[in-house]
Design a protein around this ligand. Structure first.
Ligand code: DLL
Length: 438
């Protein structure tokens, strides 16, 4: 494959024409692999694609129907394998909410390519072999732990495969091994900070320089809060198991959007109602095709994640276009008395409030015929002990700013640190008690 002729550093900086030529070659190869799977052979032949030669330009990708999570479930367990099962060396799975998991299989070559992407992503954030890397993402079927592990090793970092949870042990290791880089969900980073003092630690015990945060939606305000609390740089990392996992898109040290590694992924943004492409720069649903995996090829996957492609080149010199922070998932959008609200819009408002704590929860329920939105948020311990007037003022300010930003009058309840539940994996930020209202 032509991509194999380039060193990875060159792939990061290929000029756009060469990049597109490489994408086309890899797309053809992927379609060829897909035609070998029971699922896609039927699907592609149904639209007249019987060989890779039916893909002549990158625009021909539009001839291919979208793939959804339900399709992957339908193909469970082996309907998307394009190679003999003996060639497969690893699987990952995500269960979602409906039971049947979606399973992704990797050949050794697929894993090597994924590791390349991971090395590249880590390097983009300034990681080197001098770093001590504490990987606080769950190891297992979830891709967050193992996904970054091999890249970090290949880069030569000292890898601590800590996995998630056990906050005391995380702190002990951060201190004893002088960890410089952690990988965690943003909600776990906030949780860590909230426990630091009570565990007898302070920032000067650590040598932390950066956090790689991802796997769940979070606002710019949360990134800034993590950076300020720990006095570090925090980099956004996006990925999904259907597209391997972490290292689909990663921020570089410029921190102005995430480079979506285009030699490995073909990205489209579509209008989620018409399913037609939106303009570059406009917010749409990300549709991704993985170009570096043959074990389980997936074409035009509807991620349900909303973001925009940033067309302008990045000053770091990497040529893969960037995407904006994920605004939310199409299925996370709340409709409150007819108004569309993404949880991220609420998070932006509360996380920039001075004195606010590290955890919050959005609750929606019916009150008569109306929807009632209540924001529960923790605040710093000092606010509870100082004076009630400050608490009152803070509550009023949140209500006002929410009303200005999302045009909804929400109830706000302030709580002491540690009051709200903490999840070990991805944070649950919304509890919708309206049943099957929407
Ligand atoms: O969360 C892979 C991953 C692990 C990414 C570690 C980054 C770091 P899944 O469990 O399949 O895979 O969940 C994928 O999580 O479709 C998004 O909705 C959400 N997501 C992942 N990263 C981000 C992010 C991993 N940086 C789903 N910002 C995706 C917002 C994110 N949402």
């Amino acid at each position: 494959m032509i991509g194999d002729l380039y060193a990875d550093e060159e792939l990061e900086r290929l000029d756009r024409d060469a990049l597109r030529a490489l994408q086309l070659l890899r797309l053809k190869k992927t379609v060829e692999a897909a035609l070998l799977t029971p699922f896609y052979s039927k699907r592609l032949k149904g639209v007249g694609i019987t060989s890779a030669e039916d893909i002549r330009t990158l625009d021909d990708v539009r001839k291919i129907p979208y793939t959804t999570k339900d399709d992957l479930r339908e193909a469970y367990p082996y309907g998307l394998l394009s190679v003999d099962r003996s060639e497969i060396v690893r699987m990952h799975a995500s269960s979602g909410t409906t039971g049947t998991p979606t399973v992704i299989y990797h050949t050794q070559k697929d894993l090597d390519q994924w590791t390349n992407m991971t090395v590249r992503s880590l390097r983009a954030t300034g990681c080197t072999k001098e770093d001590v890397f504490q990987n606080m993402m769950t190891y297992g079927l979830f891709t967050g732990g193992i996904g970054l592990h091999y890249g970090a090793e290949r880069l030569g970092m000292l890898v601590i495969p800590a996995s998630s949870g056990n906050t005391t042990r995380q702190f002990n290791m951060m201190k004893d091994f002088q960890t410089t880089t952690v990988h965690a969900t943003p909600s776990y980073m906030l949780h860590l900070y909230s426990r630091m003092e009570e565990m007898g630690y302070s920032l000067k015990d650590f040598n932390l320089k950066r956090a790689l945060i991802g796997a769940e939606p979070h606002s710019e305000e949360v990134r800034q809060k993590i950076e300020e609390l720990f006095d570090i740089d925090a980099y956004n990392s996006y990925g999904l198991s259907e597209m391997n996992g972490p290292s689909v898109a990663f921020e570089c040290t410029q921190k102005k959007g995430m480079h979506l590694w285009e030699d490995a992924y073909l990205v489209e943004t579509i209008d989620r109602s018409s399913l037609e492409p939106v303009e570059e720069g406009e917010m749409g649903e990300l549709v991704l095709t993985i170009l570096i995996r043959t074990g389980t090829p997936i074409l035009r996957y509807r991620t349900k994640d909303l973001a925009a492609i940033i067309p302008e080149p990045c000053s770091c010199g990497r040529t893969s276009r960037r995407i904006t922070r994920i605004k939310g998932r199409t299925d996370d959008m709340l409709i409150i008395n007819g108004v569309n609200v993404f949880p991220s819009q609420i998070e932006e408002v509360i996380m920039k409030m001075p004195g606010i704590g590290t955890n919050y929860l959005i609750k929606v329920r019916k009150e008569g015929t109306l929807d009632k939105l209540t924001i529960h948020t923790e605040v710093g311990a000092e606010l509870f002990t100082d004076n009630a007037q400050d608490l009152h003022n803070l509550r009023r300010r949140i209500v006002e700013e929410l009303s200005a930003s999302i045009t909804i009058k929400a109830a706000v309840e302030l709580h002491e640190p540690g009051f709200l539940p903490v999840q070990q994996g991805k944070a649950i930020r919304v509890v919708d008690e309206r049943g099957s209202v929407f």
